[in-house]
Design a protein around this ligand. Structure first.
Ligand SMILES: Cc1ncccc1N[C@H]1CCCS(=O)(=O)C1
Length: 105
C-alpha cells in the first residue's frame, strides 16, 4: 500500500537500529569471530547492509525491504539458542518490528 513507501522503511529502520536489543544485528556477523557462521547461514543480513541498500536504491518496494529484515531474524533463530543472549535479542527485535509494522498498516 502507498503508506508503506520506502520513506516508511527508513523510519522503521532507524527505530530498529536505535533499539537497545539491536546490538547483535547492527553490522555483519564477523565470520572469523563466529565459527561455523559462514557455512550455516547462506544469506547473512544486518541493519547496516539494509541501510546501504536503502540509500543505493536496491529495494524496489516495502516488500523487498521486509524480506531482508525478516532474514535477520530467521538467521538469528537458526544459529542461536532461544535461551541465549543473542537469541533473546532476536526474539525481542522481531516482536518490536512486527508490532511497529502492524501499527503502520
Ligand atoms: C547476530 C549474530 N548471530 C550469531 C552470532 C553472532 C551474531 N552477532 C554478532 C555481531 C557482532 C557483535 S557480536 O559478535 O557480539 C554478535
Amino acid at each position: 500500500s502507498t503508506t508503506k513507501g520506502l520513506a516508511t522503511c527508513r523510519v522503521l529502520l532507524a527505530e530498529l537500529e536505535a533499539h537497545q536489543d539491536a546490538w547483535p544485528f547492527l553490522t555483519p556477523v564477523n565470520h572469523k569471530a563466529v565459527p561455523g557462521y559462514r557455512k550455516v547461514i547462506k544469506k547473512p543480513m544486518d541493519f547496516s547492509t539494509i541501510r546501504e541498500k536503502l540509500i543505493t536504491n536496491q529495494y524496489s518496494n516495502w516488500e523487498t525491504f521486509i524480506v531482508d529484515v525478516n532474514l535477520i531474524f530467521e538467521n538469528c533463530e537458526r544459529f542461536n539458542e532461544d535461551d541465549s543472549e543473542i537469541g533473546r535479542a532476536g526474539h525481542s527485535m522481531r516482536i518490536f518490528f512486527d508490532k511497529r509494522w502492524a501499527e503502520l498498516l
